[in-house]
Design a protein around this ligand. Sequence first.
Ligand code: NDP
Length: 287
Amino acid sequence: MTARILEGKVFANQIKETVKNDIVALKEEFGVTPGLAVIIVGENPASRVYVANKHRSCGDVGMYSEVIEMPADSTKEQLLNKIAELNQAENIHGILVQLPLPKHMSADEAEILNFIDPDKDVDGFHPVNVGKLSIGQEHLVPCTPLGCIKMLELAGIDIAGKHAVIIGRSNIVGKPMFNLLLSRNATVTVCHSWTKDLASVTKEADLLVVAIGKPNFVTAEMIKPGAVVIDVGINRIAPKKLVGDVDFEQVKEVAGAITPVPGGVGLLTIAMLMHNTVKAARIQLKK
Ligand code: NDP
C-alpha cells in the first residue's frame, strides 16, 4: 500500500491561519503588531530569494517586517551595531541574520549570532535558547525541526513511545530534533557519518527523520514497513530539480507516511518563523 503523503502546504497554511489570528489578538490586547527584522550582508543570490520569501510571508500574515541590506564589505562592528540597535527597537520582536555571512565574517558567526537578544532570537540558535531546549524549557526553537513536530501533531501522528531515529546531528536540525522528540517521550537514536551499519538502525525506526544533504540517500531497504518518514533534505540535482535525502518513489511504497521534496517540511520552516516571531512578541510584552 502506498504511504500517506504529508503535504507541507496543507500544514503550513493551518499554521499561518493560527499566526494571523494571533496577530489580530495581539493588536487587540496590546495595540502591538509583531515585527521581524532580517539582516542580509552581501549579494548571495540564494539568500536574497530566501529573504524575499520571508518578507512576503510576513506581509501575508499581517506582520511588520524590515529587510536590512548591508554591503558585502561591512565590518563585524557595523553588523554588531545594527544588531544592538534592533535589540533595543520596540517595533522589532524578532531578529534574524541570514546565513551564510560573507567569508571575512564567517569565523565570527557565533559571536554575531550570540549578540542577538535571546528573546528576539527567532532562529533559536542562541546558546541560551539551545540550553533551554535541552532542559525541556522550550523558548524559541529552531524553525525547521519545530516545523517537523508541528506537522506530526497536525497530522495526528503520535510521538510518545515511538522509536524515532534521526540521521544527521547538525545544530540547526538534528540536535534540536533530538531534544524535541525526547521531550515528547519518543525513544530517540541519533545517527551520523560514523554510524556503523546505518540500515540496521533505521530499520528499527517507527519515525525516521533524515537531514544529511545527500540526494536520495535513504532507500526502501532502510525502512521499517509502515514507518513515518520525514525528509528534511533539500538537494539541487539540476538547475530546476530539487530532491530530498530520501528516495521518495521507492520509500513511499514501504512507509506508512512520508513528506515529499519539494512541497514537504521546507514549507513549514517559514511558517514557523512567523510563529516564533509572534511568540517572541508575547515574551517581550510579558516582561
Ligand atoms: P549538515 O551538513 O550541517 O549536517 C549533515 C549531517 O548529516 C551531519 O551530522 C553528518 O554527519 C550527517 N551525514 C552526512 N553523511 C552521512 C552519511 N553518509 N550517513 C549518516 N550521516 C551522514 O546539514 P544540515 O543539518 O544543515 O542540513 C541537512 C539537509 O537538510 C540539507 O539538505 C539541507 O539543505 C536541508 N535543510 C533543509 C531545511 C528546510 O527548511 N527544509 C533547513 C535546514 C536544512 P557528521 O556530523 O558525522 O558529519
